[in-house]
Write a protein that binds this ligand. Structure first.
Ligand code: A3P
Length: 291
């Protein structure tokens, strides 16, 4: 289990899906001004949002069936392309051949992104989720994914989450870094919880941000296709044997099953100390979803 993760500049990553060489090569990634970028810490709902953005983008672009096939084939040829920091170091050369608009998903916070992303005109959608549900989701993921080490119990896991001793580091630090960019004109923040509450409204905000133009009736149709149930049912096709691990519960408030009173207080205190009073905390509605 020790070598399942490697450390790069003080942050852990899974060795099966990335490497120090890939993270080194990432600096050479060339952003296009029309790249559509989705950034979210693991387990904030990145597969869900990725699917939604894909549907919105392709509806706006009105690809023919032939064009759609070509796009899918181009990605297949890349073999490992799913996330910006995943794969072998050659991925960035191969990504240059992908047709526009590329949809790029990353778990990295802004200070670890290649500089060309923040310097370009590309827009970034930042996905956040309340830290308690994120912690619980990541716990189950760690214990179910063969490529990640397991924890013997929630109590053993909890301090690792709080201290950032997990792949992609500390979630609180990740949020602090994004909070610095909250007013940036090319960044929009959206929460898992607001999407759960009104998916059509959330999708309309996303489409407006990326300047995708869709018809009114496209939104409920896409919402239907991307419910938790629909994506879970389709997951054998989209994610193979990892489908059941990725589409676990898909609800808000599951943290109440695992957090002890003391752990709850510890998280509340840490969140207040690090993010209390920030715009990001208001956006997250911590007091509604974590109390
Ligand atoms: P849970 O473990 O709480 O169920 P990521 O895609 O970033 O790994 O995030 C995974 C989380 O998103 C999981 O949370 C998963 O169930 C949830 N999820 C996946 N698809 C979803 C959907 N269509 N609607 C709501 N939640 C979804």
């Amino acid at each position: 289990p020790e070598n399942m993760l490697f450390s790069y500049k003080g942050i852990l990553y899974p060795a099966v899906i990335s490497s120090p060489e890939t993270l080194e090569a990432l600096k050479s990634f060339e952003t296009r001004s029309d790249d559509v970028i989705l950034a979210g810490y693991p387990k904030t709902g990145t597969n869900w949002l990725g699917q939604i953005i894909g549907e919105l983008e392709s509806t706006d672009a009105k690809y023919t069936e032939e064009e759609m096939k070509e796009r899918i084939n181009a990605e297949k040829k890349l073999k490992t392309f799913t996330r910006l920091e995943f794969g072998d170091p050659g991925i960035y050369e191969r990504m240059k051949k992908l047709p526009s608009r590329r949809i790029i998903i990353t778990h990295l916070p802004p200070h670890l992104l290649p500089p060309s992303i923040l310097q370009s005109k590309a827009k970034i959608l930042v996905l956040i989720r309340n830290p308690k549900d994120t912690a619980v989701s990541y716990y189950h993921f760690y214990n179910n994914m063969p490529v990640l080490p397991s924890f013997s119990s929630w109590d053993e896991y909890f301090p690792a989450f709080m201290n950032g001793k997990l792949a992609w580091g500390s979630y609180i630090d990740h949020l602090l870094e994004w909070n610095k960019y909250i007013d940036h004109e090319r960044i929009m923040m959206i929460s898992y919880e607001e999407l759960k509450e009104d998916q059509v409204l959330g999708m309309k905000r996303i489409a407006a941000f990326f300047e995708f133009s869709l018809c009114e009736e496209d939104f409920p149709r896409i919402a239907e296709k991307t419910t938790f149930q629909a994506m879970k049912e389709n997951s054998k096709e989209t994610h193979g044997s990892f489908g059941d691990i990725l589409f676990r519960k898909g609800v808000v408030g599951n943290w109440k099953d695992l957090f002890s009173k003391a752990q709850n207080e510890e998280m509340d205190q840490k969140f207040e100390d690090c993010l209390g009073g920030t715009k990001l905390a208001a956006k997250m509605k911590y007091d509604i979803y974590c109390k």
